[in-house]
Design a protein around this ligand. Structure first.
Ligand SMILES: [Zn+2]
Length: 365
């Protein structure tokens, strides 16, 4: 009985102790398993935040693809896009010069009604270049001299102009308002300049201001025309002018509605070189009739008129001396009959024959 009394509690104690040890073992085992599991989860969680920086370093096209493919949707990508886009945009446009819009050469109001002006035929006008014997070109001031033109862009030499042409000259058929009547200069990145916007525009020749309208009209916007009598231009420059020989198409397609009834006031006994500078950033710095000197600043490069990006449009024509264009415009309801008449006289009458300005800007002596 005493042994039973002694063994009994001992047995129970043994059983309790055994159960306690087993429970402790189980607790330790479960704890170890939990700790191991938590460590694994910590590793997974630690990887997830590292994913967004990978997206940041992607170029824009890949980023946009990666954002849609990412399994974890976070608001971070939405804020990343605007900070990445500007740098890509600049790179994409840094090597290409902006082209002029087609609106300058297209004619939304063109009709086939008023066409046969007698002066349209270029053979009916005197060509001062091809008939040098009839022109007093050899004046004492310029005879025997050679001369380089002033570049129309401050800080850019004439020899550098060919590298920033964004649209070449394209002669239209006689009397048509198609083609590209001048040469365009533009760039986005050049030295310290982010674009050509605001670069001072200089007069290539000494002469008299033949147009300096204070309102921007289509297609030229703010523009200046400078008249230079041929007799004051060095012979080597006049000799370099080659007027394109074009004829009137049998079926003209690019005619304009040209208001008539305005007197044309120019002299037909002498001829001048007219240089037009278009799409200026601000109203001209010179006045109609003002005498200016080669190299004078007349405005700054802009994007006014029918232009999709900042550029300078330079146009050159040979025409009767003492012409004056108080205003000029076409293609929209803002223009008056006089403005449209002047536009037609300048561009399609045949009285002012155009040529490629690069014939002169590319002169090297
Ligand atoms: Zn142009």
């Amino acid at each position: 009985m005493q042994r039973d009394r002694f063994i009994g509690p001992l047995f129970y104690f043994s059983v309790i102790a055994l159960v306690g040890v087993k429970a402790l073992t189980a607790i330790i085992f479960v704890s170890l398993v939990l700790v191991a599991g938590l460590n694994n989860q910590k590793q997974i969680i630690a990887i997830e935040p590292a994913a967004p920086p990978v997206m940041i370093s992607q170029p824009l096209p890949n980023v946009s693809i990666g954002l849609t493919a990412m399994p974890i949707a976070t608001p971070v990508p939405a804020t990343l896009v605007p900070t990445i886009a500007p740098t890509i945009t600049i790179k994409a446009t840094s090597t290409s010069a902006p082209a002029e819009t087609a609106t300058e050469t297209s004619a939304p109001t063109r009709t086939a009604t008023i066409v046969a002006l007698p002066t349209l035929n270029p053979t009916a006008t005197t060509n001062p270049v091809s008939t040098p014997t009839s022109q007093p070109l050899s004046t004492p001031l310029v005879s025997g001299t050679t001369h380089l033109l002033s570049s129309p862009l401050l800080g850019i030499s004439t020899t550098e102009l060919s590298s920033i042409i964004s649209q070449k000259f394209e002669a239209p058929p006689a009397g048509e308002d198609s083609g590209h009547h001048g040469v365009d200069f533009a760039f986005w990145k050049r030295g310290n300049l982010e674009s050509i916007l605001g670069v001072p525009v200089r007069s290539t020749f000494t002469g008299k201001v033949a147009s300096a309208f204070s309102k921007a009209r289509n297609p030229y916007g703010y523009m200046v025309i400078v008249e230079t009598p041929l007799t004051t231009i060095p012979k080597n420059i006049v000799d370099a002018i080659k007027l394109p020989t074009s004829t009137i198409p049998s079926n003209p397609s690019n005619r304009l509605t040209c208001p008539i009834g305005f007197a044309d006031w120019w002299s037909k006994d002498s001829q001048s070189l007219y240089t037009l500078y278009a799409h200026l950033n601000n109203p001209p710095l010179v006045k109609l009739g003002q005498n200016i000197t080669e190299g004078d600043v007349i405005g700054d490069v802009g994007n006014s008129g029918a232009s999709s990006a900042p550029h300078l449009h330079v146009e050159m024509r040979i025409g009767p001396s003492n012409a004056s264009f108080s205003s000029m415009g076409h293609y929209d309801s803002l223009t008056t009959d006089l403005e449209r008449h002047n536009y037609c006289m300048w561009r399609i009458s045949g009285s002012f024959q155009l040529f490629d300005p690069m014939e002169l800007f590319s002169l090297q002596y």
